[in-house]
Design a protein around this ligand. Structure first.
Ligand code: NAP
Length: 253
């Protein structure tokens, strides 16, 4: 029987993995009957093209995912979801344990502060909101369109919110929305911070190059950055940092 790899996606790494699996000499996608399926939650209105098959929408918790793994005869599960997608990562670990399907977690490394950075590390969006009024008044918020509720009570601050799709209420009253999808450049981010007279930046520790330019720009302009720390991985789960690590774990390196 040909192998079937399920990638839990929604990230650039998941896209790169699907492309790598579909173009390798071992040729998962080019051998007849072999399947690579990427699963998306369906949060983004227009996701980019993906190699292999794509399915969209939740599975119905860990047991629903386990059912899907059995029904679709999945041979390997790769959790390549965003570092802050905590529920699906917990579900993937439980479903893999329940079914015995080998699982790999792909997580890009987090960002690290360098000389000149003025970072404030916090454990949650609520903690970021608590800290903000002490740091500035004009905020660039890049934590995603969901989760603005944590900042909704901060009526004395001006928020510039950047997200891929329009944010949904509840949200702060003084808000300007910029719809944009990375990658972003240092000159572009520097111009953005200057244009909106941003004096504090809020970000999750997403890691990766596509959205790191804002950190370089903030450092150069002396803008403080509130960095929301990642949730921990489930007990006993370790991650590989890149596509090559996944391919090695799958025996395709
Ligand atoms: P989450 O809180 O961990 O997941 C909530 C529920 O959404 C899960 O229980 C699952 O529903 C469904 N789900 C999540 N990812 C899925 C996937 N890849 N395929 C099928 N169902 C999925 O996740 P989230 O933080 O809302 O993120 C949703 C998606 O957006 C993830 O795939 C993630 O990679 C991507 N993303 C998230 C962020 C972020 O900051 N959180 C940023 C960029 C991209 P069921 O229980 O019904 O299976």
């Amino acid at each position: 029987m040909s192998p079937h790899v399920l990638i839990l996606g929604g990230t650039a790494e998941a896209r790169a993995l699907a492309a790598a699996l579909c173009t390798r000499p071992a040729a998962l996608c080019t051998r007849p009957g072999v399947r690579v399926t990427t699963s998306l939650a369906g949060r983004v209105a227009k996701p980019g093209a993906l190699d292999g098959d794509v399915r969209v929408g939740g599975f119905g918790g860990a047991s629903g995912l386990a059912d899907w793994l059995r029904a679709e005869r999945v041979d390997a599960l790769v959790d390549a979801t965003h570092p802050f997608a905590e529920s699906i990562t917990a579900n993937a670990a439980r479903a893999a344990a329940e079914t015995g399907v080998p699982a790999v977690v792909l997580r890009r490394p987090g960002w690290r502060p360098g000389p000149g950075d003025r970072w404030h590390s916090v454990p949650s969006l609520d903690a970021a909101a608590d800290l903000l009024p002490r740091l500035g008044h004009r905020v660039l918020l890049t934590t995603g369109r969901l989760g603005l509720a944590s900042f909704a009570h901060l009526s004395s601050l001006h928020f510039v919110v950047r997200s891929v799709d329009p944010p949904e209420p509840p949200m702060p009253p003084d808000i300007q929305v910029l719809l944009a999808r990375g990658p972003f450049t240092v000159p572009g981010e520097t111009a953005l911070l200057r244009e909106h007279r941003v004096d504090v930046l809020v970000t999750k520790d997403s890691g990766g190059a596509a959205t790191a330019a804002k950190l370089t720009a903030a450092r150069a302009l002396g803008v403080p950055v509130v960095v929301v720390r990642r949730p921990p991985l489930p007990d006993g789960v370790t991650a590989v940092p890149d596509v090559e690590g996944v391919l090695e774990r799958l025996g395709l390196g």
